[in-house]
Design a binder for this molecule. Structure first.
Ligand SMILES: Cc1ncc(COP(=O)(O)O)c(C=O)c1O
Length: 414
């Protein structure tokens, strides 16, 4: 039985809890800044393309993951509409028991072919895909090694897992190798988890070096391709395309449907045996509804368009290059971001970052802030994302506006 500490106070409603009160205090501190407008939950009344509609007017949009303009694309929309006409809006059951649709398997085969794997499985959310897979694929005799900057969904999966887990420094191959050297022999399975492109910093992982280690030490390698699939590589194929990897160099290619593919959901692509096992055993798949049919059809159409229209990825790459050179010209700090569609500009203090984000919106440019705890305290940044639809004029306009506002605010600070 649990011992009762002397200072324990029984609480009947969540609003009395310390978690709730700490959060309320943090909100109050932020909103007491003069001129504060909440930068979160800004409602847009359109698809997020190079522009979007905010409060009835068109604003430039640099906050979305619609990297190759699939969300809002007429063909993708039509695929979703046709699927609703055929199947309705829901799978209406777990696929294992009642919710399976022909379109689900078609999508999985399309993803497997695109990602050069034997098979794939799709789930209703990218976040849930990581939590469920990382949380359940390893047991008490196993070890999970993960990059220190891993996304929350990977961290949550690790908390759920019954295996041992250890982080290694960001992209620190030597650090990982030293852990493996000293510990590999103590465990049955070792799973190494990295991201193709890191979501807060916009840098690309040196995947071939991880492949070398996983082969040398007999481990499994999982790459979260949320921000790399559809973005990096000549054809937007992700890490395998970018680095010219062999099909089985990465054991589990995880990705989301919500970013370059413009819909919602997550996938795991890998060997036929692994995917077959997951189909019957992965809790987030077995005990959850199948992907909504319009999302399955729209995702499939998006992969088809991505492969048919390489010019989308080329345009995206040109915009990434152009944004980076303009940011350099204007003297901005992009930290380690390089060659990806996530191009954060370091703005420093959290209050300054918040104010800049709001002032940018006032000037008709939507770009969200990334603040502590998502990044280090006072290493706040405006997290620009470019897509294939942005024009050079839009990019220059946004960056020159930011420069003017930053100069303005720092002048007033002095
Ligand atoms: C690296 C990474 N993995 C997983 C996810 C979760 O994906 P989704 O938003 O599609 O649930 C995200 C979301 O931003 C992410 O950045």
């Amino acid at each position: 039985m649990k011992q009762q500490p002397d200072d324990l106070k029984q609480i009947a409603s969540f609003e009395e809890s310390h978690e709730f009160n700490e959060f309320a205090q943090r909100e109050q501190d932020l909103s007491s800044v003069p001129g504060f407008i909440n930068p979160y939950f800004i409602p847009h009344d359109s698809a997020l393309r190079d522009t979007s509609i905010f409060e009835g007017r068109e604003v430039l949009n640099f906050g979305s993951y619609n990297y190759v303009a699939m969300s809002g694309d007429p063909e993708v929309n039509q695929a979703a509409i046709d699927a609703i006409d055929q199947y309705g809006t829901s799978a209406s059951g777990s696929r294992l028991l009642a919710g399976e649709k022909t379109i689900h398997r078609e999508l999985e085969q399309t993803i497997a072919q695109w990602k050069h794997t034997e098979d794939a499985i799709v789930l209703v959310s990218g976040h849930a895909t990581n939590v469920s897979f990382v949380g359940n694929i390893c047991g008490p005799k196993d070890l999970i090694l993960y990059d220190l900057l891993s996304h929350n969904s990977i961290a949550e999966g690790i908390r759920l897992s019954r295996s041992d887990a250890r982080p290694f420094g960001h992209n620190n191959i030597k650090g990982l190798e030293s852990i493996l050297k000293n510990n590999r022999h103590k465990y049955e399975k070792v799973l190494i988890v990295i991201e193709g492109v890191y979501s807060m910093d916009g840098d690309i992982a040196p995947v071939p070096e991880f492949v070398r280690l996983k082969k040398e030490y007999g481990c499994m390698l999982m790459v979260d391709e949320a921000h790399s699939a559809g973005v990096i590589g000549e054809h937007g194929g992700g890490v395998d395309d970018y680095f010219g990897l062999a099909p089985d160099d990465v054991d589990i290619k995880m990705g989301t449907l919500s970013k370059a593919l413009g819909t919602c959901g997550g996938y795991l692509a890998g060997s036929a045996g692994l995917i077959h096992y997951l189909r019957y055993n992965l809790p987030g798949f077995v005990f959850s509804v199948g992907l909504s049919p319009p999302l399955a059809a729209a995702s499939m159409k998006a992969v088809e368009i991505l492969q048919r229209e390489p010019e989308r990825v080329q345009r995206l790459h040109q915009n990434i290059e152009f944004f980076s050179s303009e940011a350099k010209r204007l003297g901005f700090d992009m930290n380690r971001a390089k060659g990806t569609a996530i191009l954060p500009i370091v703005t420093g203090r959290d209050d300054l970052t918040l104010e800049l984000s709001m002032r940018m919106l006032g000037e008709g440019i939507s770009v969200p802030p990334a603040l502590y705890p998502a990044v280090l305290r006072n290493k706040g940044r405006l997290r620009f994302c470019v897509n294939s639809l942005h024009t050079e004029e839009e990019i220059t306009m946004a960056l020159e506006t930011l420069k003017r506002l930053m100069d303005d605010l720092t002048d007033h600070d002095e």
